[in-house]
Design a protein around this ligand. Structure first.
Ligand SMILES: Nc1ncnc2c1ncn2[C@@H]1O[C@H](COP(=O)(O)OP(=O)(O)OP(=O)(O)O)[C@@H](O)[C@H]1O
Length: 265
């Protein structure tokens, strides 16, 4: 399983894409994620909500082994992507992150041209046969991230020269360019104004027709607008997980109810 891209892709809607079992995360002595089990569906937007410090970002980062980059962080339990354990020693984290892409809170384009920002992943993963092929991948990714029309005449201009909302869509294009199967988004709109936020939210809805999207958000309105499934975390525990409509209108756990009604958090 060295090259995870060789794995046949499953695309049936409502397929289980990621299964997490008894996941624990520690930062030194801090037990940040406690025994979390969750099934993430394909072609679905799943929102992680909960008060600050409850472990949303930590758990999100376990899904593409981004926590590997933090020395004191230890992950236990099992996370299966299409049934394969992503923490298996034979899995190459770089290949994994092409399959399970990530977009961060603050847009972080590379100090390169718009074109090179998007071409970077396909180049390092050898996804293009030649220049024409790479041009096509770049265009498709920029179109997929709903930013092509704004940048098509200045592909060689620096990505850092775009507006915040454009930079975030460029970062989404960069993630989409390697044809991910899951896209992780850690508060992707928190640095954006309401118009740019609306554009990214619309985009999320389009992206889920192709793959699974998992989004951490502080905004319950955003979770309600963009997601079909919601997971509520509290003090490192996954308290409640289900259809977004049910979580917001008929929460079963008093902690979920307290959070959504603004009494905690
Ligand atoms: N790199 C780190 N080193 C040590 N402890 C960390 C690290 N990152 C997170 N933590 C701790 O892990 C716990 C969960 O943090 P995390 O950032 O995952 O929560 P969160 O729900 O995403 O919070 P927020 O909504 O404020 O971003 C917190 O107690 C936090 O202090």
């Amino acid at each position: 399983m060295n090259d995870m891209r060789l794995t046949e892709r499953k695309v049936d809607a409502k397929d289980m894409k990621i299964q997490a079992r008894k996941v624990q995360v520690y930062y030194g002595d801090t037990h940040a994620i406690k025994d979390v089990d969750v099934d993430i569906l394909d072609k679905t937007v799943t929102a992680f909500i909960g008060p600050s410090g409850c472990g949303k970002s930590t758990f999100l980062r376990t899904l593409n082994r981004m926590n590997d980059t933090i020395d004191i962080c230890k992950v236990k339990g099992e996370i299966l992507l299409d049934g394969e354990d992503i923490y298996d020693k034979r899995v190459d984290p770089v290949q994994l992150r092409a399959k399970v892409g990530m977009v961060f809170q603050k847009p972080n384009p590379f100090p390169k041209s718009i074109y090179d920002n998007v071409a970077y992943g396909p180049r390092i993963h050898g996804l293009a046969k030649n220049k024409a092929d790479l041009d096509e991948i770049v265009e498709r990714a920029l179109r997929g991230a709903a930013i092509w029309n704004e940048v098509k005449d200045r592909l060689q201009a620096p990505g850092t020269g775009l507006s915040g909302g454009q930079q975030q869509r460029l970062c989404i294009a960069r993630a989409v360019a390697t044809s991910p199967e899951v896209l992780l988004m850690d508060e992707p709109c928190s640095a954006l104004d309401p118009i740019a936020t609306g554009q990214v939210e619309e985009l999320i809805d389009e992206l889920r027709t192709q793959f699974s999207v998992v989004i951490v958000t502080h905004s319950m309105q955003q979770a309600a607008r963009v997601s079909q499934r919601t997971a509520f975390f509290h003090l490192g525990n996954l308290v409640e997980y289900g259809e977004t409509g049910d979580i917001f209108t008929n929460p079963k756990d008093p902690r979920t109810e307290a959070y959504i009604t603004g009494r905690i958090g």
